[in-house]
Design a protein around this ligand. Structure first.
Ligand code: HEC
Length: 253
C-alpha cells in the first residue's frame, strides 16, 4: 500500500469511527436478531414442509452403491483423478492434500494480495483465478454426477456383440451400477469371488423367471446362497438383467 493511500485510509477510518456506533451492543444486537430470525425460518420450514422418512437402514446390504451428495461430487471426482496403482494415494491426495492446500491458500490470500484496489476490473489476476476455480468446481461436479459409482467402469469390461441387444445392454448397465462386479467376474473383469464367474451364465439354461426369482431371493433358488437379495429394481429392470445374464456366452460373449 502506498503512503498516501495509507494516510487516506486512516483519515477515513477516524471519520467513520467518530459518527459510528460501538460494536457492543449495536452490532451484537443486530447479529442476534438476524440469527434468531434465520433459525426461526429454518424451524418454520421444518414444521411446514415435512421431510419424508425413507425405508429403515439395512447395515448388512451389499447392493447399495454409495454415492455422495451432489455438493461433494467434485471431491468424489477428484478421487478418480488421482486413481493409481495403490488404493491410498487417491484418498490422501483428494481428501487431505488438495482440499487443505486450497484452504491454506484462502487463509493466506489476504497476506499475499495486499493491494488496496477494490474494483474488480482492476484486479485481473484475482478475477481470472476465481473464474478458473469456479469453472473447475463446476466441471468436476458435473463429471462426478455422471460417473458410475460401481466397482467396474463400463470401458474396462467389454462384451462383444451385446450392442445388438438393447434390453441386454440396459441389463449390463444395471450390472455395472449395482456392484455385481464386486462379487462376480465376466470376461476376466471383476472380482474372482465369492460369486461364480458369469461369462457363460447363459449356457446354464436358466429361464428369465429363474434369474428374476434368484435376484429377488437367492436362497430360494440356490439353497444356502450367500448372494444378497436385490429387491429394489422395477419389473422392467429385472427383465433387462435376466436377458443380460441369459445372453452371456450364448447371444453375446
Ligand atoms: C456379495 C456378493 C454378491 C453380489 C454383490 C452379487 N452376487 Fe450374484 N452370486 C453371489 C454368490 C455367492 C453366488 C452363488 C450362490 C448363488 O448362486 O446364489 C451368486 C450367484 C449368482 C448367479 C448364478 C446363478 C446360477 O446359478 O445360475 C447369478 C446369475 C448372479 N449371481 C447374478 C448377480 C447379479 C446380476 C448381481 C448384481 C445385481 C449379483 N449377482 C450380485 C454373490 C454375489
Amino acid at each position: 500500500m502506498k503512503r498516501s493511500q495509507k494516510l487516506a485510509y486512516k483519515r477515513e477510518f477516524e471519520a467513520s469511527k467518530k459518527d459510528g456506533k460501538p460494536f457492543f451492543p449495536y452490532a451484537v444486537a443486530h447479529d442476534l436478531i438476524v440469527a434468531t430470525a434465520t433459525l426461526g425460518v429454518v424451524i418454520a420450514f421444518a414444521v411446514i414442509f415435512r421431510v419424508e422418512i425413507g425405508e429403515p437402514v439395512n447395515p448388512a446390504t451389499t447392493d447399495f452403491v454409495p454415492r455422495p451428495e451432489w455438493y461433494f461430487f467434485f471431491l468424489f471426482e477428484l478421487l478418480k483423478i488421482f486413481e493409481g496403482e495403490d488404493a491410498l494415494t487417491p484418498v490422501i491426495m483428494a481428501t487431505f492434500i488438495v482440499p487443505n492446500l486450497l484452504m491454506v491458500l484462502l487463509i493466506i490470500w489476504p497476506f499475499i494480495d495486499r493491494g488496496p484496489e477494490r474494483r474488480i476490473w482492476r484486479r485481473p489476476v484475482s478475477v481470472v483465478t476465481a473464474i478458473v476455480v469456479i469453472f473447475m468446481l463446476a466441471y468436476l461436479t458435473e463429471e462426478g454426477a455422471n460417473s458410475p459409482g460401481g466397482a467396474v467402469a463400463a470401458d474396462e469390461l467389454e462384451i462383444p456383440g451385446i450392442e445388438n441387444f438393447p434390453e441386454a445392454e440396459a441389463g449390463f448397465e444395471l450390472y455395472l451400477l449395482n456392484g455385481c462386479a464386486s462379487c462376480h467376474m465376466i470376461n476376466g473383469v471383476g472380482a474372482p469371488g465369492p460369486g461364480p464367474d458369469l461369462s457363460k451364465e447363459g449356457e446354464k439354461g436358466r429361464t428369465d423367471e429363474w434369474q428374476i426369482g434368484h435376484l429377488k431371493n437367492p436362497p430360494e433358488f440356490v439353497p444356502g446362497s450367500s448372494m444378497p437379495a436385490f429387491t429394489n429394481f422395477t419389473d422392467q429392470q429385472y427383465q433387462e438383467l435376466a436377458v443380460f445374464l441369459n445372453g452371456l456366452g450364448t447371444d453375446f460373449n
